[in-house]
Design a protein around this ligand. Structure first.
Ligand code: GTP
Ligand code: MG
Length: 796
């Protein structure tokens, strides 16, 4: 922030004070250390944009000072890294490849694997050889040409030449390729939870798209620094300048090119590295050989301007570059590379690369960028909570192999030979044959087998050090569990990840006789994927599956057929309605029964109140006990919580689950003989049933953000279609011959939209939709739903 920077500058050396005086007195006094060839006009332009920078920075400062509580500072590290650890970690990167659907993540990863020697030949997504890319190993992925599950791999990369000599040499990189379709968003979520850096891929034609924004939000949630890679530079209509503008404006991050393309579309034949100040070409089989040379004269002017823009953007976020710039000092490639690294890791900047994965151009530059600009595991502090006092500030872990183990199971796969658990080791060492404790359950287990994943292949290893990602075989656990190797679990638990709630459901039954495979498959999918849920409807006795979208559920239905030989019949997709209250309601409820023998007695006093979703975990229901003194014995409090959880399952208005509600237990009473767990469980249920109708309850429905892209001539028809579905148009953007329309539409009104859009745009329109929030349904709809529910239950 400018203001904080100024304060620190004011306290520093006299030279820095001069900088401060310059910055605050007049922006026209600013000069840039641009190469001598720079024109007057360019200098003027940079002064102007510098001015607007000071304004926007100030605004951001004010926003930050706008009364938000100061974040809790984590406790300092307990252990320290050995020299050996530091050496290893400096050469280690854990990165994710994330982006909108079809932007070329898997194609890029395929090149990375080829250039690093992990695969012997390149196979394309939807390629003619029908083999398919390495990372899309599932049959369905290869058939459909989309990524469904994230896949992990690792590779070694040699940075042959760096502007910072000490950074050249060999690196180990763990890579996770993630799906772009929003229905599989949990795969991105859990990958970003455990990765230290990311490559955000963008299409040079389409730029920032709806899922780019979703992925950006996920990267921010876990503070993941990112490189931006503008892919598909070979495509007609490629416009990297526009994409850069969108990164800055739509994703609101400072960004600048670190390389620029030479030639466009089919003439795209290499890039100019603005840091090394060289032209880079790909030659040989599949662009395997990287050659560098002088910058061709025809690109010199553009290169100078773009390097100046890079310096200028960095000066806005990096003190050292700002000072050098103000002093009108030439900035060396070494300084520039160091500043890009600093600014990227501190989440203030994203270096932007141009290239084409399919045309085998500039992928090696991105690999160099991963090593040079993304953080080491040591540079991203991992935090864990004390199990004994979870409200204490989090503890900063140390990625040293000698400390007690703290590791997080972030993804599970149920295989024929047992559970495969993907795990990130944050501190300590995970050893094959070692005994580890699941911190959540307290259960001790032996690690039978430890592997490193290469898509669907495994390579056995004996131990994995801090900062690494690997997988364990044959250990039962849930996604999000923490493992430790010290007695009692070492006392630390990693914070969990954000899990979005399902929005759509359908009834499912096997065709013909039900075999054990039906429930076996459902149990497996439910365990692997926290956004996929299964329950039996109490009213209709049907098995209901819920998930993030129609594609999500379709894929599971198809997998049941292929992997479990269970063909299924499914009902119509239904929207996942919810119920909630709008006001807090106090309660004082006594559950009392006297019938012969021992009676039942439990009294609960407290309130239920509306609750906002927790941004970190996605949870919007909670139980809190404020009971002090022994009016309710501590042993009965979990029973009260159980009663509340029972009540959440079925709403009182329409039978849909309850969300956005907190149960606060303040007081109560117990009877020495007649009180029991059951009595308190029933008391909580009774209290909830009595209080809920007094809290102005409403039925909620999922509202979706719908993005539609279609040729301009169909704009009128598309808008008409959205209006007809009672949607609210949030934004329209026109680009060349195409328009993008963003609207908010309730999911219930979106059924059948795919075919309607196809029909009204001659098949040229595309849309994506993403869950936005649950909102109250219209009062008349709520009334209808309540009446239908009432008559259904009355019939029963
Ligand atoms: N012209 C061009 N096409 C590309 C490029 N990179 C990828 N593609 C094509 O874009 C399509 C999608 O590529 P993928 O690599 O599957 O994209 P993805 O981002 O992994 O897709 P999802 O995982 O399904 O989100 C394929 O047909 C690729 O051949 C590129 O640089 N240029
Ligand atoms: Mg893919």
């Amino acid at each position: 922030m400018l203001r904080t920077r100024l304060t620190s500058l004011a306290l520093a050396t006299p030279v820095r004070q001069t900088s401060r005086a310059l910055l605050s007195s007049s922006s026209s006094a600013l000069h840039s250390p641009l190469p001598p060839t720079i024109s007057r006009a360019q200098q003027l332009r940079s002064t102007i944009s510098r001015r607007s920078f000071s304004v926007s920075s100030r605004r951001r400062d004010e926003e930050l000072e706008g009364g938000k509580p100061a974040p809790v500072l984590p406790l300092p590290e307990v252990f320290s890294c050995t020299e050996q650890d530091t050496k290893r970690l400096t050469r280690l990167r854990n990165v994710g490849i994330s982006a909108h659907i079809d932007s070329g993540k898997t194609t890029l990863t395929e090149r990375i694997l080829f250039y690093t020697g992990r695969i012997a030949s390149i196979h394309e997504v939807r390629g003619r050889d029908a083999v398919g890319a390495k990372m899309d190993s599932m049959e369905l992925e290869r058939e459909k040409g989309i990524t469904i599950q994230s896949a992990a791999t690792f590779a070694d990369w040699d940075v042959k030449e760096s502007s910072r000599e000490e950074m050249a040499g060999k690196y180990s990189i763990n890579i996770i390729d993630t799906p772009g379709h929003v229905d599989f968003t949990i795969e991105v979520e859990r990958a970003l939870r455990v990765l230290d850096g990311a490559v955000l891929v963008l299409c040079a034609v389409s730029g920032v798209q709806s899922q780019t924004i979703t992925v950006d939000r996920q990267m921010r949630r876990y503070n993941v620094p990112r490189l931006s890679f503008i892919n598909k530079m070979d495509r007609a209509g490629a416009n990297p300048e526009r994409v850069l503008g969108q990164i800055r404006n739509k994703l609101r991050i400072k960004a600048a090119f670190v390389n620029i393309g030479m030639g466009e579309e089919s003439n795209f034949n290499g890039v100019i590295d603005l840091v090394k100040w060289k032209a880079i070409y790909n030659e040989g089989e599949k662009g395997m050989i990287v050659k560098s040379g002088e910058i061709p004269t025809e690109f010199m002017e553009a290169a100078i301007a773009k390097r100046a823009e890079l310096v200028e953007t960095l000066a806005e976020v990096d003190d050292e570059i700002a000072d050098a710039w103000l002093e009108e000092r030439e900035i060396t490639p070494e300084e520039l590379a160091a500043a890009i690294r600093r600014a990227t890791i501190s989440l203030k900047f994203s270096p932007v690369f141009q290239g084409s994965a399919l045309a085998n151009k500039s992928v090696q530059s991105v690999l160099d960028g991963v090593c040079l600009y993304l953080p080491t595991p040591k540079e991203v502090p991992a935090l864990a909570l004390s199990v004994a006092s979870p409200h204490d500030p989090p503890q900063t872990l140390t990625p040293t192999t000698d400390a007690p183990l703290v590791s997080l199971a972030f993804k599970l796969e149920e295989g024929r030979y047992g559970q495969l658990t993907y795990i990130r080791v944050y501190q300590g060492t995970l050893k094959k044959g070692g005994t580890i404790t699941n911190v959540r359950t307290g259960k001790k287990v032996k690690v039978p087998r430890l592997v490193r994943m290469h898509s669907d292949e495994m390579e056995d290893v004996d131990s994995i050090g801090a900062g690494e990602i690997c997988a364990m075989f044959g250990v039962e656990c849930s996604s999000g569990d923490t493992f430790s190797d010290t007695p009692g679990g070492g006392g630390y638990s990693m914070t969990s990840m954000f899990v979005p709630e399902p929005v759509i459901s359908l009834a499912i039954r096997p065709k013909g006789q039900e075999t054990p495979n039906f429930s076996r498959a459902l149990n497996r999918f439910q365990k692997e994927d926290p956004t996929f849920r299964v329950h039996v409807d109490a009213e209709s006795q049907e098995t209901i599956i819920s998930g993030m979208g129609e594609l999500h559920l379709d894929i599971y239905v198809e997998r049941m057929k292929r992997e479990y030989q269970v063909e299924c019949v499914t009902g119509k997709p239904r929207v996942a309605f919810r119920e909630t209250i709008q006001d807090a309601v106090p309660f004082a409820y006594t559950h009392k029964k006297q019938s012969g023998g021992a009676g039942q007695y439990g009294k609960v006093v407290g309130r239920i109140e509306p609750m906002e979703m927790d941004e970190a975990t996605g949870k919007d229901t909670a139980f809190e006990s404020q009971v002090i003194g022994g009016n309710i014995p501590a042993a009965y409090i979990p029973a009260v919580q159980k009663g509340f959880n029972d009540a959440l399952e079925r709403g009182i208005l329409t039978g849909h689950p309850i969300s956005g509600c907190k149960f606060v237990l303040e007081d109560g009473a117990a009877h020495q003989v007649d009180s029991s767990e059951l009595a308190f469980r029933l008391a909580a249920q009774g209290a909830f049933k009595e209080a809920f109708p007094k809290g102005r309850p409403v039925v909620l429905e999922p509202v979706m953000k719908v993005d539609i892209v279609a040729p301009l001539e169909f704009q009128g028809a598309v808008i008409g279609g959205i209006n007809q579905r009672k949607g609210t148009i949030a934004d329209t953007e026109i680009r060349d011959e195409e328009f993008t329309l963003t609207a908010e539409v309730s999911l219930n009104d979106m059924f059948g939209y795919a075919s309607q859009l196809r029909g009204m745009t001659q098949g040229k329109g595309e849309f994506t939709m993403e869950y936005l929030r649950h909102s109250p349904v219209l009062p008349n709809i709520q009334k209808e739903m309540m009446e239908a529910h009432r008559s259904f239950t009355a019939k029963k």
